[in-house]
Design a protein around this ligand. Sequence first.
Ligand code: PEP
Ligand code: MN
Length: 250
Amino acid sequence: MDEKLIIAGPCTFGSYEELYKVAEEVKKRGIKYLRAGTFKMRTSPDSFQGLREEGMEMLLKIKKELGLKIVTELTSIEQVKKYGDKIDIIQIGARNMYNYELLKEVGKTKTPVILKRSFSATYKEWILAAKYIKNGWNNNIILCERGIRNYMSNETRNIMDIQAIPYIKHNTDYKIIVDPSHSSGNAYMVEPLAKAALVAGSDGLLIETHYNPSESKCDSIQTIDMDTLDRIINFSNNMRWFLCLKWQMN
Ligand code: PEP
Ligand code: MN
């Protein structure tokens, strides 16, 4: 039974101390992949845009000091050229799923890529976007369902399309993970949605986590605390053992 790809960490960070503290908490739990945005694609130009280059240096320092693998969003061709082979997984955000020149540049690297589904993208558009990457060198692509637009956006930010999991598994060879944080926009929904995604066959999870969610520089309402992360990890591990056992008994 494949190990699930669990990626946790803050939406973004405002200082090295903050990033280090979250990274330590993530590492303590046996998680190998740290997420943290430094080139932030914010809806409003007036919102905090991340520490950018300075933040990238901090992420690379954390990688060296704590041995964690770094998952972070790159938003331009220049960033891909400069950092694409220094980080462990390149994240392409929902806003850039249609940025084909960027996708082609990512296709020139050999670094694994998480390609997030855009807000209202059809499965076909999402899979064709992945092909822009694949047509280069790079076939190490993980698709990420991060919630699609819905008609009650005052109540939940997006809505998790759980059907995307069996669809992608049935119709493509790509791995698929789920981001319950941006799907729901609410921390209290993240644990049940993460569990549902795992049961539906998700290959992993991308979760916004902080030692003190209220301190998070961005998306604090949807950010879970470490105790919640512990419960999700336990569920994932128990499910894996259960499925292994069941497989052996059959
Ligand atoms: C993120 O994961 O940091 C992010 C900005 O997500 P999305 O691109 O799905 O909005
Ligand atoms: Mn976020």
